[in-house]
Design a protein around this ligand. Structure first.
Ligand SMILES: [Zn+2]
Length: 178
């Protein structure tokens, strides 16, 4: 993804108030390997019940030249997520809604995002299972042992496209007024 600055992230927070946007604790943005990411997710180091996810959202119907490039019309979107309380049951498996990876339940948590606008102010939220460490982009780019080397590039490309479509779907629910 195209790098984001602290100013872009704070100003693109769509589902929380200005107070949260001002308070958000940033990750080490200069250490991020942006080119191998589709989004950036992190926990708020000073507010452990909050996490954030930012990415470049394409307008509907936009076609990308490459899955790791943006069309140039993309807008930054940052979502606030609430981190679940308590520990998940250790004997379960759960699937991340972004990367589609099945993991032990401690590594995939149910995050909830307040909806943007009046729906969110009225308490409406959207829940989704996500990898607890937000490493989905790295997971889908890892080489699966059973894949043929020749097809690996297109295989990963398809995974990236699927992840981005799911991310757009999730952000769409948060933004939607319904
Ligand atoms: Zn994931």
């Amino acid at each position: 993804m195209k790098p984001m600055t602290e100013a872009i992230i704070r100003s693109s927070l769509i589902n929380a108030g200005d107070d949260i946007a001002a308070q958000m604790t940033m990750p080490g943005l200069h250490e991020i390997m942006w080119e191998s990411r589709d989004f950036l997710g992190w926990r708020d180091a000073r507010a452990p019940q909050r996490a954030y996810l930012c990415y470049w959202r394409e307008p509907p119907g936009a076609t990308r030249v490459r899955a790791d490039a943006t069309s140039g019309e993309a807008t930054p979107v940052t979502l606030m997520l609430r981190v679940p309380n308590g520990r998940p049951r250790a004997d379960r498996l759960a699937i991340c809604a972004l990367c589609g990876t099945q993991q032990p339940a401690q590594q995939v948590r149910l995050f909830t995002a307040p909806k943007s606008g009046p729906a969110g102010e009225a308490g409406s939220t959207v829940g989704t299972y996500l990898c607890d460490d937000f490493s989905c982009s790295l997971t889908i780019r890892a080489t699966p042992a059973h894949e043929l080397q020749a097809d690996l590039g297109s295989h990963i490309q398809r995974r990236i496209e699927r992840l981005r479509a799911r991310l757009d779907g999730f952000a769409g629910y948060v933004i939607s007024s319904e």
